[in-house]
Structure formats: C-alpha cells, structure tokens
Design a binder for this molecule. Structure first.
Ligand code: DGT
Ligand code: MG
Length: 630
C-alpha cells in the first residue's frame, strides 16, 4: 500500500494515498422521473396534471410530482395518501408489463446513441450510457472560432444527423458551480470540453425522451458510473448535473458530502461494518437499526486515523467476504470506479417471477398449487416473450405457423430453475430476517423448451407439478402450515442459441436440436443446492398493517438483466456455492464487473428512515422521498 506522511501539530500521521482516477471515459446516467406514474399518465393523457398514485397491494409504489406537491410520498399506504390528498387518482401498478415495455422502448432509444453499444439498464428506470467515442469525435469537430454555433454530430456517417448547440456553456447544472468567467479558462482543458459536449448530448437525449416518448428524466454526466449516478441525483426531477472531474478536490469534496450508504456499490452490511468501526460501536447484523450507513459521511471514514485499503480490508474481513473489498471501498470513497457500462444485450440473463402473501400467508397444499401454477404460467409466458422470436418473421411459410400464430424459436434458453420461499417472520422474532429465505435449484426440465404443439398453460401445469412442487417439498418437509410470505421462481444461466445458419445445421430447427442435445447431457452435470441467501429479497412490509406490497424487484431484475447481464447461471451457481459455505450474513462486495449487477439482482436494504425493505435500485429515490419531507 502506498502511504505518505503528513505532519499535523508536530505529530506524524501516516495516510494512505488516494487512488488515481481515470477520466478517459464519458458516462451519462438517466433516471426517469416518477417512472410508473409517467407510464400510466402517458397511457391516459387525461390524467396529466392531476395528482396520481400507482398502487401495488396496499401502498403506492410511486406517485407523480403533482401528488408529491400535496405531500404524498412513494411507499405511502393508500389510505394515508387519500387523507393527505383527497383528489388523488390511484391506478393499479400490479401488472408490470407496461412499465417493462416502456423501459425497453426508452432504453432502445438511448442505446442507439452509444456507438460502442454500451448501454446498461439499472432497474426499469435508470440507464448508463458510455458515450466516450461519440464525444471524442465531436471534440475533434469543434470549431473554436464559432463555439456558439456548434453542431453535435450523432452519426459518423451522416454529418446532418445531430443538433445545434452553444459550446460556450454547459447544458444544465454543473458541480461544483464555477464562475462563468473561469469557465472560459476551463474550456482550454480537453476534459472540460468533453464534459461540456456530454452535457449537451445528455440534454438533447433528455429532451427527446420528453418530446418523442413523453418521459421527463434526471441526468448525471461524469467520467465513471458512480460519479455519473451520484451527479444525477443532485438536481431532480427534470434536470441534469455535470460533475466536473477537473480537479481531485472537486471530486473529493463531492464524494465527502455523501453519507456512506449513499455510495452505490457500498451495501448495507459493508456500511454497517465500517460505520461500527469508525464510531467504535458494535451493532448486530440485520438488526432493525434504521440508521445503517447514515451516521458517518465519506469524509469521516476517509479521515479516520490510519484509514487505508488495508484497514478497510481488515474491517470487512468476515467469513465469506471477498478479498480485495478494502481496496474497492477505498476506491469508491474517492470516486474511483473502473466498472464498465455493460454492452447492451437483448437477452436477459435471468427471468424471475414472484408474489407475496403477507396479508394472508400461504399455508395449504391447494393454495400452494394454485400459486405455483400462476407463477409458472407467468414465467413460461415471459420466457416466450423475452427469449423466443418468430422463426419466420414474415410468417410466410405455413410450416412456420401454428394455429395462425407464428412458430417460435429460442434465441436463448435458461439452464437452471430456482425456487425460493420466504417464511413470514414471527412478531418480535429475533431470528435475522434473511434466514427466512430458502432457495433450491435444479436443471430446467427440457419440456419447458418445447415450443411445438404445447400451450403455455400445459407447460406451466407440468412445470408446477413435476418440478416446482418437488423442489418445494425439499425446502419444506411439513405437509402444510408453512406460513409463507413469498414465493419466487427464477430461471437463469442463459445459453445463447446459435442460428442454424451459424451452426451449419441447415433448417430452422437447428437451434432446437442444439437445445435437445444440451438437455440430454446437462442434467447429470448440474446439481442442487440449498442455500440461505445472505441478501434476500424480502417482502416489503406495510408498516401500518400486516398486509404487504409486492416489491417488484424480481420482475425488475428480469428486465435489468434482460439488458445488462450476460453471465447467466454460471454466476448464479458460483454465488450459490459461495453462500452455501459461508456465514449467512457474509458480506459480498460487488466486483468491478458486477458492481451494478449485484444491486439489481438480489440485494435489498432496509430504509434507514422508515424501515421498509427496498430493492437497491429504488433506495435512492425512496430516501429522497424522506428528504423532501424534511
Ligand atoms: P423519481 O425517480 O424519484 O422521480 O421517482 P420514481 O418513481 O421513478 O422512483 P425510482 O426511480 O426510485 O423507481 C422507479 C420505479 O420503480 C418507480 O416508479 C416505482 C418502482 N419502485 C421504486 N421503489 C419501489 C418500491 O420500494 N416498491 C415498489 N413496489 N416499487 C418501487
Ligand atoms: Mg426514477
């Protein structure tokens, strides 16, 4: 570890050197404003301007800004929201299909503006774009003598495709705020010019999202994902912020002002361990401490005596923890993040469907079968939408049709099926909540991939009775009375199917043959695991009653992953094996490549203010709600 000696008041303090940031990339971050509410407003334009809440079970998943002006907040119980705002229109948000579809459309549009095709979705309503090459190209084109009349080229091949802009100023807000007089000087700095160009590109794209699709958004512009995302949350809604990484102290001051837990990539467990160390206290893992990660700022952690990557490593050293965690956290604290914006992919790496039963726990075999069937039906339907395409897109050949429907073929298929359950916590239970979650995996039965002469319902029925029920029995030996709060079924470990023309098989069934062969050999190779997930997706408890709301985490996970994740079940297997051998509350720090995946996939955290367990993708916005209230 590199260190340097500082002298303060005659005493020498050894401080670890700050890591070096790489500012070569240009990253944009978009977060759509009150996303679910905007989707429903766009579908019902008559609602625009009226206070609108989106209901999932007994709470509001979100609400529009007209409702927020009345004091209505995300995750508020419906009854309370009506009390505060009697004119509130409440629409159901239980069906996530319109949100997924809108998310895909917006992402496809944004994606088309990254020449490197690096466009990564985080949840349904956030997107990272790597636009390094677009910006470099436009930097070359900039005419220093006519900056006010600049033209941003969106295509290398069509010089007319683009937009006019004034390159003497930034679009939107900048951080830190710089005196306009100094800006002229700063514009001699190539990095500043890149960020300025990026601010105009982000502004243009946000305008297009609004004008062409009807969605306002907040934007962050910087040189890595962490900084872009944090910058984007500075001015919300309907605004954007460029974080000028021109000097290290600009970046450090920006980072230092954040609470530890606000830093993406630092999960609640890690935040808790560091915070405990810095405050010399000891809190119980998974205790209902609502303040985790918010009692210390980045500055306080950084300036703690002898703080260094090594000390962080020692603080985070717990059974099952990743080696190198100390250095990663140290980097995050300094705004250093080398993780790439993932290359866009049309195939999800995981599809997951779940439902919660908080108001009335699931306890009898009949109820169980009904639920397994329903979840299996949604899953099979989703697989056919997301992983299959029409074999003959023109439907011209009769052989490519079935009852007038186009014959489908898989473009990718999952290898693993996983069932997870969550037992409803007993009142005043001292058992950590995450131990209530159990999972078991097995190879996906091959009949699920039969697209010929098999209805979704028939496949779902077999899936429920021949695979999910036996998996369930292995998790819960009791015949009934399981007191279940959640069932989640997930397929993962995607394998891309080469087209027959690519494999040389000839004929449209090539992919299907590949799958058949694969399944004949794989069942021996894969094995089962029973795991206690250290970062469970717990049902969100309604704080005022025993009823529940669905966290749409898993459905969102599916969409996040359909865009972002290429690793598939290899990753799932590794994670599960790791979990099996580790402490149930073992920490896991996101690796560079996985830093954002982790958040999407499984990690939830308890809101430090209200105690709800929130999917990570939603936590910042959720916390913003509380701060609005402040
Ligand atoms: P914003 O970004 O503050 O203007 O508001 P939203 O609504 O876009 O909130 P955001 O970005 O945190 O989350 C995107 C969508 O995800 C949101 O429209 C509804 C859903 N969502 C967020 N948090 C939760 C949650 O805790 N529970 C449920 N069920 N859905 C959530
Ligand atoms: Mg949002």
């Amino acid at each position: 570890m590199k260190t340097s000696a500082l002298t303060s008041g005659g005493a020498k303090t050894i401080v670890a050197r700050a890591p070096k940031r790489n500012d070569d990339r240009v990253i944009l971050h978009f977060d759509y404003d009150c996303f679910y509410a905007s989707v429903l407003e766009n579908a019902n334009p008559g609602l625009k301007g009226q206070p609108l809440g989106v209901k999932q079970k007994s709470i509001l998943a979100t609400c529009n800004y007209a409702a927020r002006a009345h004091g209505v907040k995300k995750l508020m119980p419906i009854a309370e929201a009506h009390k505060i705002c009697p004119g509130l229109v409440v629409l159901s948000g239980e069906d996530l299909t319109p949100f997924r579809d809108a998310s895909k459309r917006l992402w496809s549009f944004l994606r088309s503006h990254s020449w490197s095709d690096r466009a990564e979705r985080l949840g349904l309503d956030e997107v990272f774009l790597d636009v390094t090459d677009v910006i470099a190209y436009n930097q070359e084109l900039l005419n220093r003598n006519a900056l006010q009349d600049s033209f941003f080229q969106l295509s290398r091949h069509d010089p007319e495709k683009g937009f006019s802009f004034d390159a003497t100023q930034f679009f939107g807000c900048i951080q830190p705020s710089v005196d306009p007089k100094d800006l002229t000087l700063l514009l001699d700095n190539p990095l500043c010019v890149r960020l300025l160009l990026a601010s105009h590109l982000a502004g243009y794209l946000r305008l297009k999202l609004e004008e062409d699709f009807g969605y306002t958004s907040s934007g962050g512009i910087s040189t890595n994902k962490t900084l872009a995302k944090l910058a984007g949350s500075v001015n919300k809604p309907q605004n954007q912020t460029t974080l000028l990484t021109l000097r290290d102290d600009y970046v450090q001051d920006f980072m230092d002002g954040h609470k530890l837990r606000q830093i993406p990539g630092i999960g609640s467990r890690i935040a808790q361990l560091i915070e405990d160390h810095v405050l010399s206290i000891s809190t119980t893992p998974d205790s209902r401490d609502l303040e985790i990660g918010t009692k210390v700022t980045v500055r306080e952690v950084r300036q703690y005596p002898s703080m260094s990557p090594d000390l962080l490593e020692r603080i985070l050293d717990r059974p099952g923890s990743e080696r190198g965690s100390g250095e990663k956290v140290w980097n995050f604290l300094h705004g250093v993040d080398a993780s790439e914006v993932k290359e866009a992919s049309d195939v999800p790496t995981q599809i997951s469907i779940e439902d919660t039963y908080m108001a009335r726990p699931l306890n009898t075999p009949n109820e169980l079968m009904r639920e397994l069937r329903a979840i299996a039906t949604s899953l099979v339907r989703r697989m056919r939408v997301d992983l299959a395409v029409a074999d003959d897109p023109d439907h011209s050949s009769p052989a490519s049709q079935q009852d007038g429907q186009p014959q489908l073929r898989w473009i990718a298929y999952p290898r693993t099926l996983r069932l997870s359950t969550f037992i409803r916590p007993k009142p005043n239970s001292t058992i950590p909540e995450n131990l209530g979650r159990r999972s078991r995996s097995q190879p996906l039965p091959s009949f699920v991939l039969n697209l010929k002469d098999t209805s979704i319902e028939a496949v779902a029925e077999r899936l429920a009775s021949e695979a999910l029920l036996p998996l369930f029995r292995r998790l819960h030996s009791e015949r009934q009375g399981w007191n279940l709060a959640l069932i989640n079924v997930c397929v993962a470990n995607m394998v891309m199917v080469a087209r027959s023309s690519e494999t040389g098989n000839g004929g449209g069934a090539g992919g299907a043959r590949d799958i058949g062969r694969m399944f004949r050999t794989q069942e021996d190779k894969l094995r089962e695991w029973t795991v206690y997930d250290p970062t469970p997706i717990a049902p969100v408890l309604d704080s005022t009653s025993s009823s529940a709301c669905v966290t749409d985490t898993n459905d969102d996970v599916m969409d996040i992953e359909e865009v972002n994740k290429e690793k598939g079940v290899e990753a799932v297997e590794v994670v599960e094996e790791l979990i099996e051998t580790s402490d149930p509350v073992a920490i896991s720090l996101d690796s560079d490549a996985d830093a954002w995946e982790e958040e999407d996939e499984d990690e939830s955290q308890r809101c430090h203010l209200c105690g709800h367990i929130i999917p990570i993708f939603a936590i910042l916005a959720h916390e913003r709600f509380h701060s609005v209230d402040d």
